[in-house]
Design a protein around this ligand. Structure first.
Ligand code: ADP
Ligand code: ADP
Length: 226
């Protein structure tokens, strides 16, 4: 089953002589339940591609279908709600709110939609991410590895169909990095999620089932298309 499909996608920044095609001519399908790594040099377009896949950046050209829904044909409100329900984002800089505690950070997106969290599942996540004792701690009291695990819990709290991770290990030492990837992989397997991970770390990319390499905004290799 195809989860995500990109058809002839282009996103550029700037105008006229300053115009840069961050990504261009992107045709791609991603299967439900797969683990895909996107690699490439700095500035090659990895983040842009991930943001376009996740409904965060509207491309100038092309179509992005998630579960058959054309993301950029939705209204902003529809898209935000769809994102919070079906997608989990993990970023390099965690993007946590320092004035809130661990649990409050995790349930914030759910409360934004006036939904009720699944308490048992959140408990399971805290256990699984080894954060149970930190539930009421402020995020600024946590180590980098722990903060990233909180961000992962927040991303997983709605049991998303797709996890989009943008250099999630970029700020972590080797040990914490491996831990974060292991946890993402475990969740992916356990809940049959699709995991798309942008990284410049080859050790991490090599753990994916499929590796897509981009260079100058275009796909230059894809282990699915040998
Ligand atoms: P990567 O994630 O591989 O480092 P990016 O997707 O961040 O690559 O960037 C791809 C290209 O698009 C780069 O040339 C970058 O400078 C440019 N770019 C990305 N975001 C913006 C932006 N908000 N405004 C202008 N240019 C941008
Ligand atoms: P990790 O292996 O998860 O990155 P660290 O070895 O960095 O963890 O941190 C060990 C312990 O020190 C953790 O329990 C964490 O709560 C605590 N700690 C780390 N950084 C800080 C900080 N800036 N303020 C308070 N406690 C911290």
């Amino acid at each position: 089953m195809i989860l995500l499909e990109l058809k002839d996608v282009r996103k550029s920044y700037g105008y006229d002589e300053n115009k840069v095609n961050a990504i261009n001519h992107i045709h791609l399908t991603i299967d439900e339940g797969s683990f895909v790594a996107i690699i490439g040099k700095s500035g090659s377009g990895k983040s842009t591609l991930l943001h376009v896949m996740g409904g965060l950046t509207k491309p100038q050209q092309g179509t992005v279908l998630l579960e058959g829904n054309s993301l950029y044909d939705m209204s902003d409100d529809q898209l935000s709600r769809y994102r919070r329900r079906r997608m989990g984002f993990v970023f390099q800089f965690y993007n946590l709110i320092s004035s809130l505690n661990v649990l409050e950070n995790i349930v914030l997106p759910i409360h934004l939609d006036h939904l009720k969290e699944d308490k048992e599942y959140i408990d399971e996540l805290l256990e699984f991410l080894d954060l149970k004792e930190k539930e009421t701690a402020f995020v600024r009291e946590l180590s980098g590895g722990q903060q990233q695990r909180v961000a992962i819990a927040r991303a997983l709290a709605m049991k998303p169909a797709i996890i989009l991770a943008d250099e999630p290990t970029g700020n972590l030492d080797a040990k914490s990095s491996q831990e974060v990837v292991t946890l993402l992989k475990l969740s992916q397997r356990r809940y049959k999620q699709t995991l798309i991970l942008v990284t410049h770390d080859e050790m991490i990319a090599s753990q994916a089932e499929r590796i897509i390499t981009i260079s100058d905004g275009e796909i230059v290799s894809d282990t699915n298309e040998k």
